[in-house]
Write a protein that binds this ligand. Sequence first.
Ligand code: THF
Length: 279
Amino acid sequence: MKQYQALMQDILDNGTDRGDRTGVGTRSIFGRQLRFDLAEGFPLLTTKKLYTRAIIHELLWFLNGETNIQYLQDNKVRIWDEWATEQGDLGPVYGAQWRSWACPDGSTVDQIAQLIEQIKTKPNSRRHIITAWNPADLPDESISPSENAEQGKMALAPCHCLFQFYVADGKLSCQLYQRSADYFLGVPFNIASYALFTHMVAQQCDLAVGDFVHTFGDAHLYHNHLTDDIVHEQLKREPRALPTLTIKRKPASIFEYKIDDFEIAGYDPHPTIKAPIAV
Ligand code: THF
């Protein structure tokens, strides 16, 4: 994962310091890409320790179509707490858009179920796309995330907003377009999450894994992460060998995976680096 650090250095060297919605301020660049060959190992960052269970639970929660943080809290995952209402609601964020995109006629589209069906029946299609960017449900940025959720809007506009799958030579690749990327805290989660999802879709469709391509719009380092003990510490560390992912059984559908189905072996990261999250 040397390329993760290379892009971090690129943001430091070539980024522009600017304001943002959260008020924290960022150094940011626009339009970059990382590529991971998933056959070479599971792209879990080794230059700090990541909490893998949080990443897996969040993905299973998205796939269940859920948008209330109760399931995450039951599993001690706190990464969405800051944005939810008192009742734990986030409005129609990822899970809602992926599984039940609202149509004008009152019906809904299950983009994930359609994706699996289409990859199985028409692998060469150029339309294997999932989008969470639903303009009708976007938040009003002049009010808070939880106020938006109270009003039935998304608490936060989707950051990882569109992704596409591609099948060639029996291998499944995935490309994500991330419009806004918190490079220190969010991106390591996002890489692992989409790599995991690609492995699951490949298993369901009897394909091997190809590349995960991560395309960025605004990739930024928050100003309060630009310190000796956060970003500069991260850049000093030597990347280690990647772990491997094993999926221990093949569930009957993409919606039936459980946390214990996943085994990550050989993960030997450098220690955690704590950093404040911008809300
Ligand atoms: N807002 C911001 N500012 N950054 C993000 O990455 C982000 N997300 C989601 C929604 N809003 C965001 C939430 N995802 C952590 C990681 C991912 C998150 C939110 C928080 C985090 O704090 N990680 C810590 C500790 C994790 C833990 O152990 O609980 C870490 O060290 O990795 C991007 O999709």
